[in-house]
Design a protein around this ligand. Structure first.
Ligand code: SF4
Ligand code: SF4
Length: 120
């Protein structure tokens, strides 16, 4: 097709781009978005913190009684994540024994303050 022909075809066709964020794009099921923690599921085992390659998970004080595999445990610590330093590798989610830490299906998550933390 000639350049002129292509120009006319594009002129008469609808744009292939979308008006994000006005229009939402479909998000794949395996998409790794913003990390989130369900504190009520967390037993404070520190596995997420140990496997995090970016070292953005710190265990902070979070005492609470928890139940795991039929046993009552006294949790001492809970994770705190430096949100914008997370590289979304998903290792914390893969290794968490209770499913307390997950990567959400959320597209928008950006910022410039690397010290912003997620605690819950
Ligand atoms: S997704 Fe990866 S980088 Fe982000 S908090 Fe989890 S283990 Fe760390
Ligand atoms: S979020 Fe999961 S891996 Fe991390 S401390 Fe809690 S239970 Fe353990």
């Amino acid at each position: 097709m000639s350049v002129l022909g292509e120009m006319f075809e594009n002129f008469l066709s609808r744009p292939i781009t979308i008006l994000y964020p006005k229009e939402k794009v479909p998000i794949p099921a395996a998409f790794r978005g913003r990390v989130a923690i369900a504190d009520d599921k967390c037993i404070g085992c520190s596995k997420c913190s140990l496997v995090c390659p970016a070292q953005v998970i710190t265990m902070i004080d979070g005492p609470r009684d928890v139940e795991f595999k039929g046993k009552n445990l006294a949790r001492k610590k809970r994770p705190q994540v430096k949100l914008f330093k997370c590289i979304r590798c998903g290792l914390c989610e893969r290794h968490c024994p209770t499913g307390a830490i997950v990567l959400k299906n959320e597209l928008s998550c950006s910022g410039t303050d690397g010290e912003i933390v997620l605690t819950e």
